[in-house]
Design a protein around this ligand. Structure first.
Ligand SMILES: *Cc1c(COP(=O)(O)O)cnc(C)c1O
Length: 425
């Protein structure tokens, strides 16, 4: 194994945070440059015609790769060195065989669903899911004959099994899709239960539904869905992974066989990531762990402060789950941290919540999450504005709810900012 793909020193297995500085990149191929250059090129020159022919045979699956043979560089919609190194590094966090990067989280999610759903199929999904995903499932997939059934995140997921039974009546259950912790309620879904359900369905229908998990909130540092039986892990890299609120990108992680249909679709749909974004995300990966840890430490302090604040009602912070809560075992077994994004309710109505947002001095009023800076927003009127009001009420998304993505500033400064803003209620 060449030095740039090193994963062990003797019997010692290297950790991802170490490997982010060098894995998958051979300086000798780039004039000795310590860091990978940005390969701003649309196409690649073949050494000779025979080499070009062999690359295409492999890329289009016309023959199996021979021992040690890798797909040659052809064209940046198919592959690019920055994206290959980035994909190798992202896969390491989850001990996964393969990763594919996309132009956005929604590009990853829509390409994955399109690759696996056919007319007449049913997707079973947890609720709530990210607004764009919800729109895709509710409004776009039905145009192509795909039906959906939802189950509620939280409460030990008692609605999962009835949802599967209902879906089986409607057609072939092709995908079980979840997002956990759910946005903005932080309700949890038991990934292992979804995988077990996929096994049970496969006994009836022959083929097994593909289990997909949107792991944007806790992963890839704190939650590893593949270990709980998921087939494909999806990311908005825009959030914690890129982490500086300056890139939009996405990823899918899993086994080579689970990702093969996505790779084919990505090539034809053109939903791949671009080299410059890929390079920026590689830089971000070097600090991923320390950024997420710093944000989580801050979030714990901010959450504690809010919980004790007289103008605050419920705080939906995972660290506050009591051990008699039915979802506590999911949190204990599945999540490595309470994370750094959570929602809470102010005492009052929409106007009170808006007064707090408008008074913030350090924390920015913006949607998105997972950046170095703290952001706050109003889910009811902003990120979840499209969700029907009765569904919002059912899921506990109220007009007095605010969501905060805690960044890596000084926690005391954030608390001072929140205190002066809450004084406006
Ligand atoms: C932001 C987000 C997405 C969509 O990602 P984009 O990069 O904006 O396309 C999907 N899922 C979750 C949980 C997100 O937070």
């Amino acid at each position: 194994m060449s030095n740039y793909r090193k994963s062990m020193i003797g019997n010692h297995k290297l950790h991802p945070e170490t490997q982010m500085m060098g894995y998958g990149y051979d300086p000798q191929l780039s004039e000795g440059a310590l860091k990978p250059p940005v390969f701003m090129t649309s196409t690649f020159v073949f050494e000779n015609a025979q080499a070009g022919k062999k690359f295409f045979e492999l890329a289009y699956g016309k023959r199996e790769a021979s021992e040690g043979e890798e797909t040659g560089l052809i064209y940046s919609r198919i592959n690019n060195p920055d994206l290959q190194v980035l994909e190798d590094r992202l896969a390491l966090w989850e001990d996964a065989e393969k990763c594919l990067t996309f132009s956005s989280g929604m590009a990853a999610i829509s390409t994955a669903l399109w690759a696996y759903l056919r007319p007449g199929d049913v997707i079973v999904h947890s609720a709530p899911v990210y607004g764009g995903t919800e729109y895709l499932i509710r409004n776009i997939l039905p145009m192509f004959g795909v039906k959906s059934v939802e189950f509620e995140a939280g409460g030990a997921n008692p609605t999962l099994e009835p949802a599967i039974r209902e879906a089986q009546k409607l057609g072939r259950v092709a995908v079980i899709y979840t997002e956990t912790p759910a946005n903005p309620t932080n309700d949890l879904v038991d990934i292992q239960a979804c995988a077990d359900m996929a096994d049970a369905v496969s006994k009836h229908q022959g083929d097994r539904p593909v289990v997909m998990v949107d792991n944007t909130f806790l992963g890839p540092v704190w939650q590893h869905p593949l270990k709980f039986g998921a087939d494909i892990v999806l990311y908005s890299l825009t959030k914690y992974v890129a982490g500086h609120s300056d890139v939009v990108a996405g990823a899918a992680v899993g086994s080579a066989s689970a990702l093969a249909p996505l790779q084919g679709f990505r090539t034809i749909l053109g939903t791949m990531c671009d080299p410059m974004s890929g390079w920026l995300i590689m830089r971000s990966l070097e600090t991923l762990k320390i950024r997420m840890e710093a944000a989580a430490l801050n979030a714990a302090k901010v959450a504690d402060h809010l919980k004790a604040h007289p103008k605050i009602g419920q705080v939906n912070y995972l660290g506050f789950l009591s051990d008699d809560d039915p979802t506590y075992p999911i949190y204990r077994d599945q999540c490595g941290s309470a994370g750094a994004t959570f929602s809470f309710n102010v005492i009052g109505d929409e106007a009170a919540a808006f007064r707090v947002l408008d008074a913030l001095q350090i924390i920015k009023l913006a949607v998105s999450l997972g950046g170095t800076e703290s952001l706050m927003e109003h889910p009811y009127a902003m990120t979840h504005s499209d969700v029907p009001d009765d569904v919002k009420e059912r899921l506990g998304i109220t007009e007095s709810m605010l969501r905060i993505s805690v960044g890596i500033e000084n926690a005391d400064d954030l608390i001072a900012d929140l205190d002066q803003a809450l004084a406006r209620i």
